[in-house]
Design a protein around this ligand. Structure first.
Ligand SMILES: [Zn+2]
Length: 207
């Protein structure tokens, strides 16, 4: 477990085998070219400070370099709910739920571009879809209470940047606020509502 502010330029790429798909999972971190380490550390520290100044706990990294997308939540706190039944057993979850209080910061697990901000009253509620720089992965953040101020489609986010806050919008139980977090593998030309789900749990916890 590393603190976000300790990310250095030595972490440019993380390779993780996604057991569910027997394929390689590649996350290209926007930490800049070699020599940009000082700037990267300043940027990460600034984001950590921004979270702290807003009364938010620090952001932790999972074992493979993805940030755990809810401030203050560590890998050991996560539960693998990926295969839980949903909709009365009609489908499986294909995501993990990260329990946290209303208003806790939701941050980008990995860098990317905000592709779609979407409201689904009977589903994910206030949601954000962020595409990885290589276009191959889509990160989905749902049941938000609200978006980070000024967040808009087309915006580039760095790992750890604020997406919004934990809530219970959509079909979540108000008594159990959480972030519904999914990762989709994308083929060229696929839209924000396409893709094939990959279990985030082993990518965050390493097992
Ligand atoms: Zn969920």
């Amino acid at each position: 477990m590393s603190r976000l502010k300790l990310i250095g330029s030595n972490i440019l790429t993380a390779l993780v085998t996604a057991a569910a798909t027997s394929a390689f999972w590649v996350v290209a971190f926007n930490n800049g070219p070699a020599g940009g380490g000082a700037e990267t550390r300043r940027a990460a520290a600034a984001r950590a400070d921004a979270n702290a100044s807003a009364g938010q706990p620090e952001v932790f990294l999972g074992t493979t370099g993805l940030a755990i997308p809810v401030a203050g939540v560590k890998a050991a706190d996560l539960i693998d709910t990926y295969k839980q039944a949903r909709a009365g057993g009609a489908r499986v979850h294909d995501a993990i739920d990260i329990m946290a209080p209303h208003g806790r910061a939701v941050v980008a697990a990995a860098p990317g571009k905000v592709e779609k901000l979407f409201f689904s009253k009977g589903g994910g509620g206030v949601t954000a879809y962020v595409r990885s720089p290589d276009g191959r992965y889509l990160f989905y953040y749902a049941h938000l209470q609200d978006y980070a101020p000024g967040l808009k489609e087309g915006q580039l986010v760095r790992q750890g940047d604020r997406i919004g806050t934990v809530g219970s919008s959509g079909n979540a139980n108000p008594a159990g606020p959480h972030l519904h977090f999914a990762i989709h593998r994308m083929q060229p030309g696929e839209k924000w509502y396409d893709g094939v789900a990959v279990n985030p749990y082993p990518l965050l916890v390493g097992r």
